[in-house]
Design a protein around this ligand. Structure first.
Ligand code: SF4
Length: 216
């Protein structure tokens, strides 16, 4: 079976979801980083509910670096893993103050050295705030990529990220990330994907496997 070409994958996703973008609300690089750290294993909407008050109190790394853990917990108590996240965003702010004069470093390699910043967070922040081409891999991106034959079933997120960044041109990578997430949430679900609405069935490994089973 032929893999669908990268330009076709992107243009079809772009037709389906031309306005797909991050749903987190932030106004500068610092807020972007904090929002992305807070959004791990919770919805963007629930993060957006707590951040206006949090950023009003702690508008930059200098303010948040001096904050008390319990006070920060009070602002973000309604989101998942809030204790750990409070600890991380304070430690992260301290590191920004100590090592980068309160600003964000400008590369993914440096971002991952900050407390609580993993590879996916660095890729999202790089793409959203710093203009670094990247395809951050979450569960949706991972599933869609594997079904379309762009990664192997047992590939880890970092391997998938590297493959997508090799196969897709730099200028579309951040948009590809958002469109794949929308596609995974709305059409290519983990269970019972809506393949009848999908332009990729002819190049999809999952579709091939399931339709040969059902004899479709
Ligand atoms: S054909 Fe189905 S499983 Fe394959 S990419 Fe499309 S929606 Fe997903």
């Amino acid at each position: 079976m032929m893999r669908i070409k990268p330009e076709t994958v992107f243009s079809e996703l772009d037709k389906l979801f031309p306005n797909a973008k991050a749903e987190l609300v932030f106004h500068n690089d610092f807020e972007c980083l904090i929002c992305v750290v807070l959004s791990a294993q919770t919805t963007d909407v629930s993060v957006n509910r707590v951040t206006p008050a949090l950023f009003a109190k702690y508008p930059d790394a200098f303010a948040l670096a001096k904050a008390k853990q319990e006070e920060v917990e009070g602002f973000i108590r309604s989101i998942g893993l809030y204790k750990n996240k409070a600890k991380n965003i304070i430690a992260l702010s301290k590191a920004l103050v100590e090592r980068y004069d309160g600003k964000l470093p400008r590369s993914k390699e440096e971002l991952v050295t900050l407390p609580g910043v993993g590879n996916k967070t660095a890729a999202v922040v790089g793409g959203e705030c710093l203009g670094i081409p990247s395809v951050a891999v979450d569960t949706h991106v991972s599933r869609v990529t594997k079904r379309l034959g762009y990664a192997k079933e047992d590939d880890e997120p970092m391997e998938i990220e590297a493959k997508l960044e090799k196969d897709f041109p730099k200028e579309v990578q951040v948009r590809l990330h958002h469109r794949m997430i929308f596609f995974g949430r709305r059409i290519c679900h983990a269970r019972n994907p809506e393949c009848d609405k999908c332009p990729f069935s002819q190049g999809c490994l999952y579709f091939k496997k399931t339709s040969s089973k059902t004899g479709k």
